[in-house]
Design a protein around this ligand. Structure first.
Ligand code: IMP
Length: 425
């Protein structure tokens, strides 16, 4: 057994949480490798809906270990609230582990995030306002405070107060005595969850157990490869799992790219296939496209295969999981972007930033409900054709198709790497 990476192949909100929940049945560890509580992963089981922001989605399925890895940024207050909510709902959180190397998001990061957005005015990035960017800035500037620092509150306080001048210089009025007092309280709750997650993961790998690395956000929001500057501040692509959890490429066997059957984006930035019309509204309403974290309506459009092929390349995606196929059930005709017009030279993000105009292929819809489909053969012919078109364009097989929010609404293709009962532990 080895590591399976589950990566968002678009602009986030692809439905990674439920795919991870599904794959968790065959895993011992689920680990988040980047981002923070800007993520909003939804897992629905029966009449219960779990909205997770930093705790890995595997917690719902009850995997042995849920790891918040070294590459993440963790808001202590938010983590405590999430653990409490999960416990209140009967979910055991005793094996949620926070890497001692993970950096903390402190209240001044949130203030800095908000003030930077205000300063950007019309060019605001549309961040989730969770302090993600400023926390990562502190990490690379080597002025951050890590979860492991909470094990020695005296030193953590010193590190915090050493920031006084820099925080004031940035115009943030914040009482560090209050921040320190809150942190001390939160530390009491968090410290039992802090540990060396690197040796934990390697111990599990040596024991032959499967580890799922759960991506957050999407490839087009990656700080290097995304539509910069309209990106998040972490490495969201497959490479980020290696540097964010601490293992090498030889440990990875599958890279599953999660793709919505259409395209959405929340926040600012270019979006070539965006639909500002009735079809866009229909996608939003049928797909309930409103942010888990901010409640913001998501921008909706047709599937962009040019961008998907790029995501397959930069992640080394081996299999696709297509989500929300059922949202397209009512469309008479479905468009897919297969090229951009006049983009000039340069990498894809620059082409998109230069206002790439999509060229579409039109495909007939299936006008039948797919929500009850449980196998590939149950899907309408045109739906299968749509999926096959995606496969042949990007050169990667579709292994999973989801047709609704329930656990049993995930179709597993015959040659899917994991997920069928026979192949899991
Ligand atoms: P930040 O990560 O809060 O700094 O936000 C930067 C950009 O990433 C904004 O456009 C956000 O809307 C977007 N973003 C961050 N996290 C998510 C997510 O989980 N889903 C979708 N978009 C996200």
């Amino acid at each position: 057994m080895a590591v399976t990476l589950v990566i968002g192949a678009q602009w986030g909100d692809e439905g990674k949480g439920r795919i991870v929940d599904f794959l968790s049945r065959g895993a011992h560890v689920v680990a988040r490798f980047g981002g923070g509580s800007n993520a909003g992963h939804t897992v629905r089981v029966g009449d219960k809906t779990y909205k997770l922001r930093i705790v890995p989605s595997g917690v719902v399925a009850g995997v042995d270990h849920c790891v918040i890895g070294p590459g993440t940024v963790v808001a202590p207050g938010q983590l405590v609230a999430e653990l409490d909510t999960l416990e209140f709902n009967g979910v055991d959180t005793s094996r949620v582990w926070v890497s001692d190397l993970a950096h903390l998001i402190l209240p001044y990061h949130v203030e800095l995030d908000k003030s930077a957005e205000r300063e950007r005015g019309e060019d605001a990035l549309g961040t989730t306002g969770n302090g993600i960017g400023p926390a990562y800035v502190d990490r690379v500037a080597r002025t951050g405070i890590r979860a492991g620092d909470l094990l020695d509150m005296h030193r953590a306080r010193q590190a915090l107060f050493a920031r006084t001048h820099a925080i004031r210089a940035q115009g943030i009025a914040i009482n560090l005595d209050v921040v320190a007092a809150e942190l001390e309280e939160q530390a009491e709750r968090i410290v039992p969850h802090i540990r060396d997650t690197v040796s934990l993961i390697h111990g599990e790998l040596q024991a032959g157990h499967r580890v799922i690395a759960e991506g957050a956000q999407g490839s087009l929001l990656d700080v290097n490869f995304g539509t910069y500057p309209y990106v998040t501040s972490s490495v969201t692509v497959a490479g980020g799992a290696l540097s964010g959890l601490g293992f090498g490429p030889k440990d990875v066997d599958y890279v599953i790219g999660v793709v919505k059957a259409y395209q959405t984006r929340v926040g600012g930035g270019p979006f070539p296939t965006e639909l500002a019309d009735k079809e866009g509204d229909e996608l939003r309403e049928r797909g309930a496209e409103f942010g888990v974290v901010t409640g913001r309506p998501r921008r909706c459009g047709w599937l962009d295969l040019v961008a998907l092929r790029y995501a397959v390349q930069i992640n080394g995606i081996t299999h696709l999981a297509i989500t929300k196929l059922d949202v397209l059930d009512t469309f008479y005709q479905i468009s897919v972007c297969t090229a951009y017009e006049d983009t000039g030279k340069g990498s894809l993000p620059f082409a998109i930033a230069r206002g790439a105009r999509p060229v579409y292929d039109a495909m007939p819809g299936w006008l039948k409900t797919t929500v009850a489909a449980r196998s590939w053969e149950d899907l309408p012919f045109n739906a299968r054709e749509y999926l096959k078109f995606i496969e042949s364009y990007v050169g990667v097989p579709v292994a999973y198709v989801s047709v609704g929010p329930e656990r049993n609404q995930i179709i597993v293709r015959q040659d899917a790497p994991i997920g069928s009962a026979a192949r899991v532990r």
